[in-house]
Design a protein around this ligand. Structure first.
Ligand code: AMP
Ligand code: MG
Length: 319
């Protein structure tokens, strides 16, 4: 299959209407979109990504009223967070209605819904008038894409169209939340931090981000978000070897080359924007190993450490 790269929203719309898969920009990472109400279209997402069918997909809507038919309830506390953060990088896990197939939910009775902020996707959703199912537009387990070129390098030949909307401005996936025993829980760390949620909730939501029964999300699997080059989350090595690339939050003159810097000013927001692009670049330059300096474990640092430890797990396990 020939993969076209362009900025034609009408073309993307037509392909979605035909039940095809299209990579689309979002404010978090690029998504691989298809008509959520069309079974073959959804199956095509799993096929293009090599994604296991047990991993549920997020449904994307332009706003809350469009999502209502697809869920049985949207608790008051979610409405509060919706008003503060949506459209934006927050995904809600809610009980699904009968309109949502088990293919979307991985057999679960809950569905994940999100209201993306990127104007291109907002326009597409409004014109399409149906929910769009979209996981990240990468091959299963590999690095998430934050530019159209990243998508092309992984999905070339597997999908007909990549809608280029520029570089994603958040650069990290959405934060996934659910409600258990009247408390909001974080199922996946992401662009909205626990601290930001706490301002509205009056408490810091606990994280439940590992696989152990209950809600299952693909971000929970142990190996994920991985580079091809072995990657380690470790401390700085001042005199590194030429074959070892070090990725640092901010520059440190005492650390030898080769190195890459995520943010000259040490900003976690900027580091998050640059993280995947830097990992894609690091993977492409042909070093033997990549070492990434761990981030402070709060705010976006927690989300980045989470992604990197899952990437590193691929290279440090014996199984
Ligand atoms: P990705 O497919 O990489 O964009 O990630 C989407 C995330 O949303 C994955 O971690 C999914 O497993 C998660 N997700 C989607 N639907 C559900 C659901 N019903 N319950 C829990 N997690 C979900
Ligand atoms: Mg993903």
């Amino acid at each position: 299959m020939h993969t076209e790269l362009g900025i034609d929203i009408q073309r993307a719309l037509e392909l979605l209407q035909e039940g095809k898969q299209v990579a689309v920009p979002t404010e978090t990472v690029y998504g691989l979109a298809a008509d959520a109400n069309h079974e073959d279209a959804v199956l095509g997402i799993f096929a293009a990504k090599n994604r296991p069918h047990a991993n549920p997909l997020i449904l994307h809507f332009d706003h809350l009223a469009s999502a209502e038919p697809y869920m049985l309830a949207f608790p008051a506390v979610f409405k509060l967070l919706y008003q503060s953060f949506c459209p934006g990088p927050l995904t809600f896990i809610v009980p699904k209605s009968s309109l949502v197939s088990e293919l979307i939910t991985g057999g679960q009775e809950t569905v994940a819904i999100r209201f993306p902020k990127h104007q291109v996707l907002q326009d597409l959703l409004k014109e399409f008038g149906r929910p769009i199912a979209a996981p990240s537009a990468n091959l299963y387990g590999q690095l998430s894409p934050t530019t159209a070129q990243h998508v092309y390098s992984q999905l070339n030949g597997r999908i007909p169209y990549i809608l280029d909307g520029g570089a994603c401005d958040q650069g990290l996936e959405s934060t996934i939340i659910g409600l258990e025993n009247e408390r909001v829980l974080i199922y996946r760390y992401g662009s909205i931090t626990a601290e930001q949620l706490a301002v509205h909730l009056g408490y810091t939501p606990e994280a439940k981000i590992h696989e152990h029964g209950g809600i299952r999300t693909s971000g929970m699997v142990k190996y994920h978000y991985a580079t091809q080059t072995p990657l380690y989350l470790g401390f700085k090595n001042k005199q590194g070897q030429a074959a070892d690339l070090q990725i640092l939050l901010s520059d440190d003159q005492t650390v030898s080359e080769p190195k890459m810097i995520l943010s000259q000013s040490g900003s976690l927001t900027e580091a998050a924007q640059n993280l995947y692009a830097t990992l894609h670049a690091a993977d492409a330059i042909g070093v033997e190993r990549i070492f990434v300096e761990p981030f402070p474990q709060d705010g976006l640092g927690a989300a980045m450490n989470d992604r990197l430890s899952r990437a590193a797990a691929k290279f440090s396990s014996n199984d």
